[in-house]
Design a protein around this ligand. Structure first.
Ligand SMILES: C[S@@+](CC[C@H](N)C(=O)[O-])C[C@H]1O[C@@H](n2cnc3c(N)ncnc32)[C@H](O)[C@@H]1O
Length: 401
């Protein structure tokens, strides 16, 4: 496979404005760390030309938060493919997708994956998308290098290309591997935001999304597709929203038309691309320049309870949201207790008083190994019965920045 060994950071004026518009959103602790860390020397908002392995070698260790890679699929297509009406299928036959053998493809895969691993931070995420032609080989290589697979996502296409010859099943999906840096490595997952995005149901590993078409599909002046494998923005939107935060640095070693950069810019993430073909770099630059970053308020996502600020039950008592003397009870009203001034509960049983925190008293009364007092205890508010957790939510809402 011909590999362009030259490497150069593009020096077009238009990129400078891109860098400006994709700067980290200031004001969060994470961003504050980044501006003084390795990201200060990163070519943010730039597309590195030449071979991605050589390009990635110029980036510092532990400097990016997420790598999204859509590598050559090594499609091994045998001859041209025509539709039943005689028109030619616009298949991927480009040089960048040609490898002499599986061995050569595997060496290439290990090369770029090793660089991705070096530049990723210890809590970073790796995403690779592929088809049956390559994803199993990529999956084995990344495991060999120490990455830990967290999920394989099946992107089911609502509008796949038919199997024109009728010799196999319609190939209607692609696979995305999401991996952390190792079995014990920390990683970032915006569980709550994903659940909200999915109508309050846990987001599943099968994503049903259309292929890139209509106005989103970039075209040359002649009307031909600008790139044979442009990915849908919705796919990148979900990936970046799920596993990165505002201001995070996302690297895409196979940038193509810059789908990753465009969505990253929209979502307030920083991006770096690598792309060996000049015409794709030009298409990507223009596309990202057109893209508008979302307003900061639109970018605030639902937080998981774990990351919500801690509120002690006593704070609700102090602030009068659940005043001392309030009667609390479990949902089936088997037990009831009185809230005391220090936030403890007192339950007057038939033979003896029991006292404890919302959690420990709930646990003792039920004889259970543990109890989440926030959802166990209820109170009456304006004629309605609510878990005490509802008062905690009210407190958080009233005290949001
Ligand atoms: C599958 S396409 C990515 C398409 C992209 N995700 C998009 O939405 O437009 C792979 C891209 O990687 C580029 N490429 C292939 N081998 C490369 C290499 N060794 N270094 C840099 N870019 C490479 C190709 O030119 C092609 O644009």
């Amino acid at each position: 496979m011909p590999v362009d060994k030259s490497f150069a950071v593009e020096a077009q004026g238009q990129k400078l404005s891109v860098i400006e518009t994709t700067r980290a959103v200031p004001g969060t602790a994470k961003d504050a760390v980044r501006t003084s860390g390795p990201s200060a020397s990163l070519p943010l908002g730039q597309i590195l030309s030449g071979d991605c392995i050589a390009a990635m070698r110029t980036l510092p260790d532990n400097s990016v938060d997420c790598v999204f890679a859509d590598p050559p699929y090594n499609l091994q297509l045998g001859g041209d493919l025509d539709r039943p009406d005689g028109s030619r299928v616009d298949a991927v036959t480009d040089d960048w997708d040609r490898f002499d053998s599986f061995r050569v493809y595997d060496e290439f895969t290990r090369g770029w994956l090793s660089e991705a691993r070096r530049v990723l931070k210890p809590d970073g995420s790796l995403w690779v998308i592929g088809s049956y032609h390559n994803i199993y080989r990529v999956g084995a290589s990344l495991q060999d290098l120490g990455f830990w697979i967290l999920n394989d996502i099946v992107w089911r296409k609502t509008n796949p290309m038919p199997n024109f010859k009728g010799t196999r099943f319609t190939n209607a999906h692609e696979t995305l591997i999401w991996a952390s840096m190792g079995e014990k490595a920390r990683y970032h997952f915006n569980y709550r935001a994903m659940k909200t995005l999915n109508d309050e149901l846990q987001m599943r590993s099968d994503w049903v999304l259309p292929i890139c078409s209509g106005g989103e599909r970039l075209k040359e002046e002649s009307g031909r597709k600008a790139h044979p494998t442009q990915k849908p923005e919705a796919l990148l939107y979900r990936v970046l929203l799920a596993t990165t935060e505002r201001g995070d640095v996302v690297l895409d070693p196979f940038f193509g038309t810059g789908t990753t950069g465009a969505v990253a810019k929209r979502l307030g993430r920083q991006w770096i691309g690598c792309e060996r073909e000049e015409n794709y770099r030009n298409v990507a630059h223009k596309r990202i320049e057109r893209e508008l970053a979302l307003d900061e308020s639109a970018l605030t996502t639902m937080q998981s309870r774990k990351s919500a600020p801690r509120v002690a039950f006593g704070t609700l008592v102090e602030t009068g949201l659940i005043a001392p003397g309030t009667k609390v009870f479990d949902k089936k009203r088997r037990w009831c207790a009185i809230v005391r001034a220090d936030g403890s509960l007192e339950c007057a049983g038939s033979d003896r008083k029991q006292i404890g925190s919302i959690h420990s008293l709930g646990k003792d009364l039920q004889g259970a190994p543990s109890c989440n007092g926030w959802t166990f205890w209820h109170y009456e508010n304006g004629g309605e019965v609510k878990p005490v957790d509802a008062a905690r939510e009210l407190y958080r809402l009233a005290n949001e920045d």
